[in-house]
Design a binder for this molecule. Structure first.
Ligand code: NI
Length: 168
């Protein structure tokens, strides 16, 4: 297992569209383990492969408070969406930025687990929000894309300034 570096906005690699996972070899299980380790280390509730520069369709999540809810979603899809809910979102790739975003409240999803087994589930609450956020990453989309252009511009400037400070 190893910790992976997380791409930070506005890194253009966050805009890549991930390709489907078609092989469930041991290397995939290792990648999933690395993603869990990196997510927990960074105190995130979700991490998409895109964020560690692996452009394959999978993400990990754990929305529990005691790290008991580890779940991997491979080739995830949303089959149905219902309702709308506002919540404050953040992202490990956009540190220190939190903004209110509207998402579907309940979703029906299909995905495979890390072993390749397909499942379908209805999810709601924080996991539903997380699922939509992480699936967006796999399509090169970020939660700030839902904000006004002016707000997006401000965030971009702030992040670029922070990156310059770090290089000094
Ligand atoms: Ni994110």
């Amino acid at each position: 297992m190893s910790l992976r570096d997380i791409l930070i906005y506005p890194d253009e690699r966050l805009r890549k569209v991930a390709r489907p996972v078609d092989s469930f070899e041991p290397a995939l299980a290792e990648l999933v383990e690395d993603m869990f380790q990196t997510m927990y280390e960074q105190r995130g509730i979700g991490l998409a492969a895109t964020q560690i520069d692996e452009h394959r369709r999978l993400f990990v999540a754990d929305v529990s408070e005691d790290r008991s809810g580890a779940q991997a979603f491979v080739n995830p899809e949303i089959l149905a969406l219902e309702g709308a809910i506002e919540s404050e979102e953040g992202c490990l790739s956009i540190p220190e930025i939190n903004e209110t975003i509207t998402r579907a409240e309940r979703i029906r999803v299909r995905a495979q687990d890390a072993a390749g087994k397909t499942f379908e589930r209805e999810i709601d609450g924080l996991l539903a929000i997380c699922f939509q956020h992480e699936l967006d990453h796999l399509d090169g989309r970020l939660f700030i894309d839902y904000l006004s252009p002016l707000k997006q511009q401000r965030i971009r400037k702030k992040m670029e300034k922070a990156a310059r400070r770090e290089r000094v």
